[in-house]
Design a protein around this ligand. Structure first.
Ligand code: SF4
Length: 512
């Protein structure tokens, strides 16, 4: 096979493997989180779902999470290798993997909102090259989803931090910023997560450095002694915050912290944090520059946890309520924070574009939404041989983006339940009380698990917004989620945020 053809095939394998099979070091970290959680809790139940999902994604060779992120490649080439050819091969591989539903079409024109459908667009995928002295090519790829990307944060020191007070231009100020970054993410970036931190640089190089840290191994040790200590300290203390998996509360909040440092301008002092969800999809390969063949896969060291023979959680203590739409106000008002629901029957997807559309004056919904459930989800879809739509991945997306619209839309159309991840704010909580509604938190990233609960795709509306944004009509069976905001003014998210702030504040005193 010619070099270019083989190269494209190698890159396609890299994309598929990254999207569908979590690396060994990440699996071990998730296993440790499971062991840390107390049996029977919502966090333990979530981790069970997460590990079931990991197994399903590997078996189905399908995306671990429906948000397959913004593909970011870092390519190292020997002098003389044609980088233009490699970039073209990356584009071909990305488009092919998108066509095969290994990636969701995620490239959206920032001005028109049009989805290219291929993951190729202005500036996407991101491909960065560097030359090196080695005689082989290395290609690294990270697929980092939007939910966790939105929880990245950059601090300009000195600054004042909620709970921690003044953070100055020294190692202790850096410590405070990093602790704060974990706290502010709560469960919205699909905790338990991993962070990469960049100290120094300017605003853009600082973030680059932070993301670069996410290519490090979870269990490596920082060669700079102070940073090695800080990395360990951050993981240890973050896990006392009680944020837990999905922000449900629990023992495991942060699974890894990697810190890099570069010089800065005298006038600037940035600490940049890249937050990555538990679906920490990054992989790397070495490629022969003559044949284009893969010669080595990275992240292969140590034991591979398969999660196949794990004992399942006993959830018999949790109250489980069956929900079938259309749901009455009375039934919704009987639900309380902490109840587990199992949904069967109809639900509709709706995320950013649908909410923006439905809020428009005089706009009618394409279907009768009275008593219905809206699922904040942008699924990966494909057509089968008969031309029917099938769901390839369908976990929840971050709900807080719909906060400006959600309450009004529920009232306008009579919607009784909205489901997503990470919770919503005070405006929605008030509307849930007034109208009689609940917010349901599904397990973020559990895209295969939930796809399996979807028994048929019965229709689609507003396809002009693109596959992830369209309104899909789904029939589901035993689709499990947790009531985290109810119609009585209770919000688990607000409670966890408050209690974790108290725990964060215990670390205001100087340590380094
Ligand atoms: S696991 Fe959560 S944060 Fe990560 S890509 Fe999926 S939806 Fe986004």
């Amino acid at each position: 096979m010619a070099y270019l053809e083989t190269l494209e095939k190698s890159l396609y394998s890299l994309v598929t493997e990254t999207s569908t099979n979590l690396p060994k070091d990440v699996r071990r970290a998730i296993k440790a989180a499971k062991e840390a959680e107390n049996a029977g809790t919502r966090a333990a139940m979530s981790l069970d779902t997460i590990t079931t999902n990991i197994v399903m994604a590997e078996d189905n060779v399908s995306p671990i999470c429906q948000d397959t992120g913004l593909p970011t490649f870092k390519v190292y080439t020997p002098v003389g290798v044609n980088q233009i050819e490699i970039k073209k091969a990356i584009h071909t591989a990305i488009a092919a993997a998108t066509g095969d539903a290994k990636l969701r079409p995620n490239s959206v024109d920032s001005l028109t909102g049009k989805n290219s459908g291929t993951n190729i667009g202005a500036g996407l995928p991101v491909v960065k090259f560097e030359q090196w002295e080695n005689d082989y090519i290395t290609v690294k790829l990270i697929l980092k989803g939007g939910g966790c990307e939105n929880k990245n944060i950059q601090y300009s020191l000195p600054t004042e931090l909620e709970g921690l007070g003044r953070a100055g231009r020294d190692l202790d100020g850096i410590r405070k910023c990093i602790l704060h970054s974990v706290w502010q993410a709560q469960g919205q970036g699909c905790s338990a997560g991993f962070i990469g931190v960049g100290i120094g640089g300017d605003r853009s190089s600082g973030y680059d450095l932070a993301k670069e840290q996410l290519f490090r191994h979870v269990d490596d040790v920082n060669p700079i002694e102070d940073l090695a200590k800080l990395e360990q300290y951050i993981v240890e203390k973050s896990n006392t915050f009680g944020v837990g998996t999905m922000g449900f509360g629990g023992e495991a909040t942060l699974l890894g912290c990697k810190i890099g440092v570069m010089d800065r301008l005298p006038a600037s002092f940035f600490v940049s944090v890249a937050y990555n969800c538990w679906a920490y999809r990054r992989m790397a390969i070495d490629i022969d520059p003559v044949t284009g063949e893969i010669t080595n896969w990275h992240y292969q060291e140590g034991e591979k946890i398969t999660f196949r023979d794990e004992e399942k959680q006993d959830n018999s203590d949790n109250k489980v309520v069956e929900l079938v739409a259309p749901i009455t106000e009375e039934k919704i008002r009987s639900l309380k924070v902490g109840d587990v629901v199992k949904i069967s029957g109809r639900m509709y997807t709706g995320r950013d574009a649908i909410h923006h559309h439905l809020i428009g004056e005089g706009v009618e919904a394409p279907v009768d939404l009275d008593g219905q459930i809206i699922y904040h989800c942008g699924p990966v879809m494909a057509k089968d041989e008969a031309g029917n739509w099938v769901v390839k991945a369908a976990g929840p997306t971050t709900s807080i983006r719909e906060e400006p619209y959600q309450g009004d839309i529920m009232k306008k159309f009579g919607i009784r339940a909205v489901m997503g991840k990470g919770g919503m704010g005070p405006k929605t909580l008030k509307a849930l009380s007034e109208h009689g509604g609940v917010y349901l938190n599904a397990i973020g990233g559990a895209a295969q698990y939930y796809a399996d609960c979807i028994k048929s795709v019965d229709g689609v509306d507003l396809m002009e917004f693109g596959i992830p944004e369209a309104m899909w009509h789904l029939t589901v069976k035993d689709f499990t989620a947790v009531v985290t905001m109810d119609s009585h003014g209770n919000s688990l998210h607000a409670d966890v945020e408050k209690s974790s702030l108290d725990k964060l504040a215990l670390h205001a005193e100087r340590v380094f």
